[in-house]
Design a protein around this ligand. Structure first.
Ligand SMILES: [Ca+2]
Ligand SMILES: [Ca+2]
Length: 285
């Protein structure tokens, strides 16, 4: 059952999600609603954790496929690991993160590649999406307008090595990762999935302003009064709306899903009859 029969250090591959890629899409005008087209940053992800015969983590490859940036803003993207164990935190200086695409001047990293000033392990994957998806010369952003040229997707692989530390997959707790964008190179403006808290470097004074109804005391984050989110995560490839078209006009049950706080139409993103207006979904590859 060994995935690496010829390698004494490596034994097993562990994938998250278990099959295929997960997909994230963000709105970047938080705490305002913006145009709600959910294509301002679109990123797919898959994490490969390699463990040895004793189930200790040897290394982790986090693959990110950057697909669209329908935005004026030069947004960045990262994540933290809110449930990393006390052991992980005590050993973090011995770990090493490589492969990020950090080219601007607003991110401060420790020498081992994790972000400075964070109580939870935090990795910044890229600091400006347009470094990955160069603007093609026409259109607002990249890969959201059918009349603009298609720009090939960009893949970034972030590698975390454990050195000689003996950490289990459960010490990383990758499955409860907390991804976010940073808006237009302003480190303090983070946009997270619904009910996921900001990191230590976010400007908490923005919570609960404008259209945002975050209430940290009750665990409500990054949702409007009607529970509309600014970021979504689905377990298959997300086909995003074209520029400036509301997701609620492209995905006809998105609103039912959001206002029900997820209890209705959990499959809103699938291609079932009556679920989509295909003319409002970007369709260039
Ligand atoms: Ca938008
Ligand atoms: Ca957009």
């Amino acid at each position: 059952m060994d995935d690496y029969p010829m390698d004494p250090l490596r034994a097993f591959n562990n994938l998250f999600p278990a099959a295929g890629y997960g997909s994230l899409a963000f709105e970047d005008l938080w705490p305002g609603m913006g145009d709600y087209d959910f294509n301002d940053v679109v990123v797919d992800y898959r994490f490969l954790t390699v463990t040895d015969a004793s189930n200790y983590v040897v290394d982790v490859d986090l693959t990110f496929v950057i697909k669209a940036s329908g935005a004026y803003y030069h947004n960045g993207f990262g994540f933290n690991l809110p449930d990393a164990s006390a052991l992980f935190l005590s050993r973090i200086n011995a770990l090493n993160v490589t492969g990020q695409e950090i080219k601007e001047n607003y991110i401060s990293l420790k020498s081992n590649g994790f972000e400075n000033g964070q109580s939870k392990p935090t990795v910044i994957v890229f600091d400006d999406v347009f470094n990955s998806l160069p603007h093609a010369g026409s259109g607002l952003g990249v890969n959201t307008e059918m009349t603009a040229p298609f720009v090939p997707y960009d893949t970034i692989v972030v590698h975390i090595s454990t050195g000689t530390e003996k950490l289990l997959e459960s010490d990383f707790a990758l499955s409860t990762w907390n991804p976010f964008i940073m808006v237009d190179q302003q480190r303090g403006i983070e946009v997270h999935l619904a009910d996921r808290p900001p990191t230590d470097l976010a400007n908490a004074a923005l919570l609960g302003t404008m259209d945002d109804d975050s209430k940290p005391s009750t665990g409500k984050f990054y949702k409007t009064k009607n529970n509309l989110p600014w970021a979504i995560e689905i377990v298959s490839a997300f086909e995003w709306p074209v520029e400036k078209v509301k997701i609620t006009d492209a995905y006809l049950h998105f609103l039912d899903w959001a206002v029900s706080a997820g209890s209705a139409y959990g499959d809103w993103y699938l291609d079932h009859s009556g679920y989509r207006d295909r003319s409002k979904i970007y369709d260039k590859h």
